[in-house]
Every structure is written in C-alpha cells, then in structure tokens.
Design a protein around this ligand. Structure first.
Ligand code: ATP
Ligand code: MG
Length: 409
C-alpha cells in the first residue's frame, strides 16, 4: 500500500490523554484511535495486526476441533438471572430495550452458549464438543488506563467445551493448554509467557492463566525456579510453594494475563438444566470447560514488549506489512520495486509521501515493519537496495532484481 493513500498519519508527540505506552504508541503510529477511556477504533494498520492475531488463534482453535460460531453481543437479562450473575457480575453494562426489557452487553458468553448448545445435544453420541467465537466484549472496567490491555470494549476469543464426564474434560483441557502454547509460540511470546496457577472455583482447585512477563502488567506472578511454572499472587498463600513440584524457590514478577482456561464442571449446565442421555438411557449432567484469550490485549502486550525508543518492532507473524519501502531521490526505482513486491505477494507499505529522509526513517521505525528497504543514490552505487531489519542495526545491499528472492528466503 502507498502511504499517500493511507488516510491515517503519524504523530511526533504522544497523545496527552493516554498514559499507557501501548496506546500512546499505537495512536502515534496510526494503528488505533481513542474514542473514550478503554474504547478504541482499530484503524487500517491496527486492524491488519488484529486480524493476523485472530487468524493465528482461529487456526489453532480449529486444529483442536473448535467449531466457530458468533453469538449476540446484546443479551437478555433472563439468561443472567438464571445463573444469578445479573446481580453479581459488577462489570456488566446494562441497558433497557424499546420493549422495556433489560439487557446486558455481552461480557462473557457462558449464559448464551450453554442454552444454545443444550438445544442441539441430546445424547452421549453428541459429546464431547467445543465451540468458540472471536467477538467484541463489553465490561464496565473501573480502571481503563492500560490502553488495549484493559478495554471497556475489547476483543475476546472465548471457547467452551462440553463433555460427558470429567475425564473427557481433563483430556481436552490439556489439549487446549498445548494449543495456547502454540499460539504464543507463533506470536513470538513463548519465552515470556508462563502457565500460571490461579484460583479455580468450585469444580477444580486451580484454573490456569497464561501470563506474559511485563513491567506494564497488573498482575504479580511467582515463578517456580525449579519447573518454570508460575502461581498468581492471589493464591500464593493458599498454595505455599509451587503446586506443581512443591519447590519454595519462587521469584515474583509483573505480568499480563493474556489468556486463561477454566474447568467449569456443572456450574453453568446445572442452572440451564443441560443434561444428556448416556448409553443406558440415564440422564447425566454435561461437564463444561471455558477458555479465554484476548486478541486486543495480546496486541497491546506485544507493543509493550517489542519496542525501542523509536517505536514498535512487530514480529513478522503479525506485522501490518512485512516491508517498509522508502526512497531518496529515486522514486522511479522505488515505484518499480513496489510493483514487483506487490506482484510477488509481499506485503509492502511504501512511504511515497513528500517528506524529508529523516521523517520517513522516523515513520519506518515508529510503524515497525520487520524489513526496511531503502533506495538511495548511495545504495544504488553500492549495488542495489539497502535492506535492514527493524530489530537490527546492520543492513545488506541487494540487487534490485533480487530483492523479492531475498525476502522470500
Ligand atoms: P482480568 O483478570 O485481567 O480482568 P479476566 O480474568 O476477567 O481478566 P476473562 O474474563 O477470563 O479475564 O477473559 C479472558 C481473556 O480476555 C483474558 O485472559 C484477557 O486476555 C482478555 N480480557 C479480559 N478483560 C479484558 C479487558 N478489559 N480488556 C482487554 N482484554 C481483556
Ligand atoms: Mg483474571
């Protein structure tokens, strides 16, 4: 894409009404726009990143048999009353419809998915199964100062699994855990992300969070130095050491909860009276699990982790464009290379704006595409285009005709 056609612009200064690094930088670089505290528009660059994160998540959920659906965000009061959460879920945004009935904007979807799946599942032959969606969620968060990391409107992948018995849930729970690690691996977050024991609720002693180390995090986790599993601060007293290996050699760190998985048991199937018939024809309760992950929070987390003083350093897997192209007095050569890259299917953002070299370079670093390609009299004299990775200070000169091949390998 030509930057001259991109309707967004970059800013030198950070916005004044935003205190988090991730939102400040994403706003400066034209990825998001702020409408209100915790409420952001995803501009074209930001949407490209968000879509790529969602694609990775979707692929890994599909790979473990998740069936994608899309549930309503407008949800009637009755379903929340069925589970007694209308009164007790403080972050629910509530509103009244034209029919004078009350509604909540979806903050999570156990109350919707459970009766929906119950209508389709009658016998043990229909189980187990899992469904998921990637959807906008609404929560009346008290503090919404962390940019994309804590929105009042934000995106969530929420998956729900339904099982005939506990063994089946336990088996699937482990499968999801592995799939989550695959996602964090693909997102470039694997080294900083810890499986973390957290409080569980009625059905299991613990739930698990996926916590990514960052000073910008709101959580404190205690990492076991023996087995590299962590425990959330909130349960550390109860657990007295690592729940996995019992070691007491723990190290506290700040972290961001990027996902969590939960064994729900019959917490939701019971109030909705969701039962199935087993092989003998007896009615049995359905056992559930739920698995959340926040694509928009993940995006904010990556910006918090992967940047330098000049801007963002996107991992290739989710960069808005792979290449940032710019030229110094060599527009014809740059135009040609731009067309060649596009034809070859390389995602390229071409800074064809009427700006000085310094400003173009600053944009390149701020926007943070993995490769910067510069065509200048100097690079041509040296034999072609100068290619530099965003996270490196070294560059190479590549013959203009070989740039596509170079990038492809
Ligand atoms: P937290 O403890 O951070 O408030 P949570 O435990 O309430 O989150 P869940 O309700 O399980 O989170 O939501 C699943 C996932 O959705 C979280 O792991 C996180 O990645 C994301 N998420 C939750 N709340 C927000 C929010 N306000 N803004 C952005 N992402 C969020
Ligand atoms: Mg939590």
């Amino acid at each position: 894409m030509r930057q001259s056609k991109l309707f967004t612009r970059t800013y030198k200064e950070a916005p004044k009404d935003e205190s988090s690094y991730n939102a400040q930088t994403l706003m400066r670089a034209g990825f998001i726009d702020k409408l209100a505290a915790g409420v952001y528009t995803f501009l074209p660059l930001g949407l490209r990143v968000h879509n790529k994160i969602c694609k990775i998540i979707r692929e890994e959920m599909d790979a473990i048999g998740g069936q994608e659906l899309l549930m309503p965000a407008l949800t009637p009061k009755e379903v929340w009353e069925t589970t007694d959460r209308w009164a007790h879920f403080d972050a629910l945004f509530k509103l009244t419809g034209g029919d004078d009935k009350e509604y909540a904007l979806g903050a999570t979807h156990e109350e919707i998915v459970t009766p929906t799946v119950a209508k389709q599942v009658l016998s043990y032959k229909d189980l187990s199964l899992s469904v998921y969606q990637i959807q906008t969620k609404f929560r009346n968060e008290k503090r919404a100062k962390a940019g994309l990391m804590r929105g009042r409107e934000f995106s969530m992948k929420d998956m729900y699994s339904f099982h005939p018995n506990e063994e089946s849930l336990n088996e699937y729970y482990k499968i999801v855990q592995k799939a989550y690690f695959k996602i964090f691996e693909r997102l470039g977050l694997i080294d900083q992300t810890y499986l973390t024991y957290a409080s569980g609720g009625a059905f299991s002693k613990y739930s698990h969070e996926f916590q990514t180390l960052s000073e910008a995090g709101e959580d404190t986790i205690h990492i076991c130095q023996q087995c590299k599993i962590a425990i959330n601060q909130e349960i550390i007293e109860e657990s007295k050491g690592c729940p996995h290996c019992a070691s007491t050699d723990l190290q506290a760190q700040k972290a961001i909860e990027v996902g969590n998985i939960f064994k729900l048991g019959t917490k939701f199937s019971a109030p909705f009276n969701f039962k199935y018939r087993d092989a003998e024809g007896n009615e049995r309760p359905v056992i559930m699990g739920c698995y959340g992950m926040g694509p928009s929070r993940v995006m904010g987390t990556i910006v918090e982790l992967a940047h330098d003083e000049r801007g963002i350093i996107w991992p290739e897997a989710i960069a808005p464009f792979q290449v940032y192209l710019l030229a110094l007095n060599q527009d014809k050569e740059a135009d040609k290379l731009y067309e060649a890259l596009k034809t070859a299917g390389v995602e390229v953002l071409y800074n064809d704006l009427d700006l000085g070299m310094g400003e173009k370079m600053a944009d390149a670093d701020l926007i943070g595409c993995p490769y910067r390609i510069l065509i200048s009299p100097k690079s041509l004299a040296a034999g072609g285009a100068e290619i530099k990775r965003r996270n490196s200070t070294e560059s190479v000169i590549v013959d203009l005709k070989k740039v596509v091949d170079y990038l492809k390998k």
